[in-house]
Design a protein around this ligand. Structure first.
Ligand code: GA4
Length: 364
């Protein structure tokens, strides 16, 4: 993990943006996989370019999102279907968290396509077109997530390279997609000289769009328009803005991946039991908490709308995350109790946005 240098803070309100590592996925495979592991080690956040998601798929999805958020509030509210999926405004989760954000939360499960279409489009004439834009985006971003997870497994020398991506490809994968729209919010910063410029890096006086949290899933693939707002928390607690770059996707480690490298993932389904064995040499080379699910937040911009689209790659609900017996010894006791994604998710949704959840699953 990196620590902010003094130059990250020019004055108390204005922060210097951090240049996250940008990994070119068209590079040589083993070099790319090492870079991904390094970026997960050092930052827990990185950007990818030449990611293979076609520009027109991204553009259609973004247009779809902006069109939806431009509709009158009453119309958007009609998309408030089965909670937690559907439209939401200012309320985040079920425990009283709020932010200056409106959003659409969509299930990516193929079985829910019809419901998704109802959610994103209230115009029956464009029903099909809308549905296909969203589906095409989900499929392309899922592919990217799987590719990144395969590369990560390769970089970690895990014998089974598809160990993570199989969970995402599973028909029962609980991956979701979220469109966040942050309407412009005038800031209260006193330093007019520094803050009146319409640049994309917000200062600390900007209103909180989406409060501090970590993502519970395995990996998040985020794309935003050219308006800044994302900030990440570095090891020393300093907040640093991430420069927006619509040509790249921003990728971050989720809670499950923080646990994952030290654990075997056992996927139990009614039909099969798949156990993933870790290369003990590889595991021994890792340190506890090697990949950290970095806390982040999103601030609003004073002048411009920000829209981000996040794909949260998650396993099926019954995917069991547990310490393999060969990893446990009197000197190296298991750090976490075994849990399923369904159990972890239930705990996450019962807590406030900023609460730490992994602590609940730590061995006493
Ligand atoms: C954070 C990541 C995703 O946006 C999300 C969020 C979810 C929600 O908005 O309903 C949560 C939050 C997120 C973690 C803690 C709980 C659940 C709000 C909240 C207070 C969709 C997710 O999966 O977890």
């Amino acid at each position: 993990m990196v620590v902010a240098s003094p130059t990250h803070q020019i004055h108390s309100e204005k922060l210097l943006a951090i240049e996250l590592p940008t990994i070119d996925l068209s590079g040589e495979r083993s070099a790319v996989s090492s870079l991904i592991v390094k970026a997960c080690d050092e930052y827990g956040f990185f950007k990818v370019k030449n990611h293979g998601v076609p520009h027109d798929i991204i553009a259609k999805m973004e247009k779809e999102g902006f069109n939806f958020f431009a509709k009158p509030f009453e119309e958007k509210q009609k998309a408030e279907l089965a909670k937690p999926f559907g439209y939401g405004c200012k309320n985040i989760g079920f425990k009283g968290d709020t932010g200056e954000v409106e959003y659409l939360l969509l299930n990516t499960n193929t079985l829910s396509v019809a419901e998704r279409s109802k959610t994103i489009s209230t115009d029956p004439a464009n029903f099909r077109q809308h549905s296909s834009a969203v589906s095409a985006y989900i499929e392309a971003v899922r592919e990217l997530a799987c590719e990144l997870l395969d590369l990560l497994a390769e970089g970690l020398w895990v014998p089974d390279r598809s160990v993570f991506s199989r969970l995402i490809r599973d028909v029962d994968s609980d991956s979701i997609i979220r469109l966040n729209h942050y309407p412009p919010m005038p800031m209260l910063c006193q330093d007019k000289e520094l803050c009146k410029d319409k640049d994309s890096s917000p200062c600390n006086q900007n209103k909180v769009g989406f409060g501090e949290h970590s993502d519970p899933q395995i990996l998040t693939i985020l794309r935003s328009n050219d308006v800044g707002g994302l900030q990440i928390s570095l090891n020393d607690g300093a907040w640093v803005p991430v420069t927006p770059d619509p040509a790249t996707f921003c990728v971050n480690v989720g809670d499950l991946l923080q646990v994952g490298p030290l654990f075997s993932l056992i996927l139990l389904s009614s039909l099969n039991v798949k156990k993933v064995e870790w290369d003990l040499m590889g595991v021994a080379a890792m340190t506890n908490g090697r990949f950290v699910s970095v806390r982040h937040k999103a601030l609003t911009n004073s002048y411009r709308s920000r829209m981000s689209m996040a794909y949260f790659a998650a396993p099926p609900p019954d995917a069991r995350i547990t310490v393999p017996p060969e990893m446990i010894s009197p000197t190296k006791p298991a750090l976490y109790k075994p849990f399923t994604w369904a159990e972890f998710k239930k705990a996450a949704f019962a807590l406030r946005l900023g609460d730490s959840r992994l602590g609940l699953f730590r061995m006493e």
